[in-house]
Write a protein that binds this ligand. Structure first.
Ligand code: GDP
Ligand code: MG
Length: 439
């Protein structure tokens, strides 16, 4: 019944104007699950959760959000921050040719990304580019790069499986210098797993051509394994950036966070398709939303931040603090604020399963409309002094709002409860309060 529901709501609301160790506990567990589901590596998840806990405690809960939702906001901000700079550009500031070395496991997308980068450099930055393959283990890989160069009409330095990788790279570098290429992209061989021979070889290539950009190419579908791969390459090479490929697949992109966390290097590009046009700048914000997989909750939070009338909220808080009564006008103002967020049913649609289940089935927009209709039918004096509402006035209002008198009585009871709650807090979750309102 209403009273018991309200008393538990009141209990839940106590002290929840701010995030605390206790009131973020459940939500933190959900975030942890979301990150693990997105294939973020466990040690990274642990570090991240600890960090968020530290950041979150003490944060104010915006009116109309629950502590759980407010926490997701903190998590999202922190995740975005950890994902790093937006659109970190390629660094080409050196005596030409600026060398870009591509490193990564076999199949991660090095050759494809080399082609994509060549296209971008040629078309958007008007650079003269030379492509070379040092993958002497797989003749098909050399052929693949040659084909891409042909498609792009970009210069290609021939190589063959009989040569040594370092010799190829040095010859290409020499050629690029003589022919005034602005950029030399060095594609390399990968292995299916991390192995020492591969690491020694890429290290030797690095020492030989002294690249200004050493890009670690990693497959977003690699999930948990991305951590070990990233660590091995980061320990071997002074990486300058990351290309996260195959984001057009259905991975949640947890590898992005893992790789960032391990290397601390910026994700400069993301691969979003097999075609040469499938290379995009990295958007930390978008990636954070994708990893969290709570896009709908996040948009709800944004709407709340936009929709909450801060002046109105402050007026209300001041009023409560000054000991004045919370009246029906204030009650209505709160409902109007909720409407700005698209109403309760819109909010419910956006909440994930667990949170939606916690909301009572009947607490929908219709109920909100009726409450607002009733209050609209009152005179300003009646709204300020609900105690004036005796039988005859109630009958008049009921007729005006097209409802039964009982409904007005129910509203007044709900209002009284809300008034009590408002006395206990100057700020708090309207959503939680509404949960107790369906009567
Ligand atoms: P390498 O062994 O590191 O050179 O990897 P490749 O460039 O040969 O790519 C391996 C496979 O992944 C190829 O079939 C590519 O077409 C594919 N690939 C590379 N990048 C992407 C991407 O961003 N999206 C998709 N869907 N496929 C990609
Ligand atoms: Mg290749």
């Amino acid at each position: 019944n209403l009273t018991s529901r309200l008393s538990s709501v009141i209990k839940n609301l106590r002290g929840q104007a701010r995030l605390t160790e206790t009131n973020i506990q459940d939500a933190l567990r959900e975030v942890r699950m979301a990150l693990l589901e997105a294939d973020v590596a466990l040690p990274v998840v642990k570090d991240f959760i600890a960090r968020v806990r530290e950041k979150a405690v003490g944060v104010e809960v915006l009116q109309s959000l629950t502590p759980g939702q407010a926490l997701i906001g903190v998590v999202h901000d922190e995740l975005t921050r950890l994902m790093g700079e937006h659109n970190a550009a390629l660094n080409l500031a050196t005596t030409p040719p600026a060398v870009i070395l591509m490193a990564g496991l076999q199949g991660s997308g090095k050759t494809t990304s080399s082609g994509k980068l060549a296209k971008l450099l040629k078309e958007q930055m008007k650079k003269k580019v030379l492509l070379v393959s040092c993958d002497v283990y797989r003749p098909a890989a050399i052929e693949q790069l040659k084909t891409l160069a042909g498609q792009l009409d970009v210069d290609y330095f021939p190589s063959s499986e009989t040569q040594k990788p370092v010799d190829i790279a040095l010859a290409a570098h020499d050629y690029a210098k003589k022919h005034f290429h602005d950029v030399l992209i060095v594609d390399t061989a990968g292995r299916l797993g991390i192995d020492q021979a591969m690491m020694d070889e890429i290290r030797a290539l690095h020492d030989a051509v002294k690249p200004i950009e050493t890009l670690f190419v990693v497959d977003a579908m690699q999930g948990q394994d991305a951590v070990n791969t990233a660590r091995a390459f980061n320990d071997t090479l002074p990486l300058t950036g990351i290309i996260l490929t195959k984001l057009d697949g259905d991975s949640r992109g947890g590898a992005a966070l893992s790789v960032r966390h391990i290397t601390g290097k910026p994700i400069k590009f993301v691969g979003v398709g097999e075609k040469l046009t499938g290379l995009e700048a990295f958007h930390p914000e978008r990636m954070a939303s994708r990893v969290l997989g709570m896009g709908d909750v996040l948009s709800l939070i944004e709407e709340a931040q936009r929709g909450v009338d801060h002046a109105e909220a402050k007026k209300l808080a001041d009023k409560v603090k000054s000991g004045k009564n919370f009246d029906l006008e204030d009650f209505k103002a709160q409902i109007t604020q909720m409407r700005k967020m698209g109403g309760l049913s819109a909010m419910m649609d956006k909440l994930p399963g667990a949170a939606a289940a916690a909301l009572p089935a009947g607490a929908d927009e219709k109920a909100m409309n009726r409450v607002e209709g009733i209050i609209n039918s009152m005179t300003p004096t009646e709204r300020r002094k609900p105690e004036l509402l005796k039988a005859s006035r109630k009958r008049r209002i009921a007729a005006g709002a097209g409802v039964q008198v009982q409904e007005i009585n129910r509203l007044l009871k709900q209002f009284e409860q809300a008034q009590k709650m408002m006395k206990m807090m100057s700020k708090g979750g309207l959503a939680k309060m509404m949960r107790g309102m369906k009567g």
